[in-house]
Write a protein that binds this ligand. Structure first.
Ligand code: SAH
Length: 343
């Protein structure tokens, strides 16, 4: 008989699943699983021995397991390849910022969005991650940091996959992560990145949880954006920016537009001008991302000079822009590259 995995259940779900036990037992089990890293019932020592035995006959506590670890030379980035219960692997990245430990998780195994510059979509889409698997990525890193007295401070859902097409699991993970028996993370410490799935953005507004929305724009015109991102033929630029504006208006939270700079493709002054017109007057900022080259793709990073020019143009034309600090390009940190190598 297949054992039921308790990892990923909320305290209420544990209570329902273990309804024959007194309520305080499900609290102890949640504390053991999420707070103290128990992966067998024997490690939850508050439970009487016979209960531990009977639980382990029906249940298991499985969370993603490390297959590979890569550390960047500067020691700031650590990338993990984690194996899920069915053997699928995903990438999770720890970035040691000056303001704390940030982590970037995957939301799907593979990706179906087909962006022309990205490594994550090269091998297609396998499946959505469950809420427990996404939480497992975070708790794995948190446990890893615990050894040195640290914890995960901020989360970005910017790894492989399109989080807003895995909506229900994503929201369940956010709510679990916010619970005091997991990390008790404030929603304000969470950022979710989308290629512009408009129905997902609208649903996120309705959820009314103050997470930061990041939208991958990457081009200022429909023609160029459609050539880079097939999703643009379903959700065009003006509609995407309108949805972003609605998010900002309804939540009062500034939206970030990600803009990868691809050398000679979207990094000219004319592109900067079009972008600044597109976003004029919005409660938004632009995060410029110098392209992290992917072997199988025919794109190149911009020159340092062009990055500076683009950045300067935006900031002197009413658009608040930043340039993303590169993390771990020496360890294949662009989404999907480590997983592809493994496959
Ligand atoms: N599907 C979501 C989240 C995952 S991709 C989205 O599209 O936003 C996270 C970000 O990394 C996106 O902005 C994506 O376009 C960018 N990205 C993908 N490959 C990259 C590369 N090789 N170099 C720099 N950024 C990349």
């Amino acid at each position: 008989m297949q054992k039921i995995n308790l990892f990923g259940m909320t305290a209420e779900e544990l209570r329902d699943e273990l309804k024959d036990l007194p309520k305080f037992r499900s609290k102890q089990i949640a504390g053991g699983i999420y707070g103290r890293g128990a992966r067998t019932f024997d490690e939850i020592t508050e439970l009487p021995k016979n209960l531990r035995e009977s639980l382990s006959e029906r249940y298991e506590i499985f969370s993603p397991q490390p297959v590979e670890q890569l550390d960047s030379e500067d020691g700031l980035t650590t990338k993990f390849l984690l194996a899920l219960e069915d053997g699928a692997v995903v990438e999770t990245v720890l970035m040691r910022h000056d303001y704390g430990n940030g982590i970037c998780i995957s939301s799907q195994v593979g990706c179906q969005m087909g962006c022309k510059f990205c490594a994550s979509t090269l091998k297609g889409f396998e499946r959505n991650l469950t809420a427990g698997e996404m939480l497992g990525e975070i708790i794995f890193i948190n446990d890893f940091l615990k050894n040195s007295g640290q914890k995960v401070d901020t989360l970005v859902v910017m790894g492989t996959g399109e989080p807003l097409t895995n909506f229900d699991n994503l929201i369940k993970m956010f709510r679990l992560l916010h619970e005091p028996y997991t990390l008790g993370m404030s929603y304000r410490k969470i950022t979710v990145s989308t290629c512009g799935i408009i129905p997902g953005i609208k649903k996120l507004i309705e959820e009314n949880i103050p997470v930061t929305l990041s939208i991958s724009l990457h081009a200022p015109t429909d023609k160029l954006r459609s050539a880079l991102m097939p999703v643009n033929s379903a959700f065009g630029i003006s509609e995407v920016v309108k949805a972003g504006d609605e998010y900002a208006q309804k939540t009062g939270r500034r939206v970030t537009y990600e803009y990868i700079l691809l050398g000679g493709v979207n990094d000219s002054e004319e592109h900067a001008r079009q972008l600044s017109k597109l976003l004029a007057g919005q409660l938004a900022n632009v995060n410029l991302i110098p392209y992290n080259p992917v072997n199988e793709r025919d794109f190149f990073p911009p020159t340092r000079h062009d990055v500076q020019k683009f950045f300067h143009f935006l900031n002197t034309h009413g658009i608040n822009a930043t340039v993303r600090k590169e993390f771990g390009s020496d360890i294949n940190a662009a989404c999907g590259q480590l997983r592809n190598k493994h496959l």
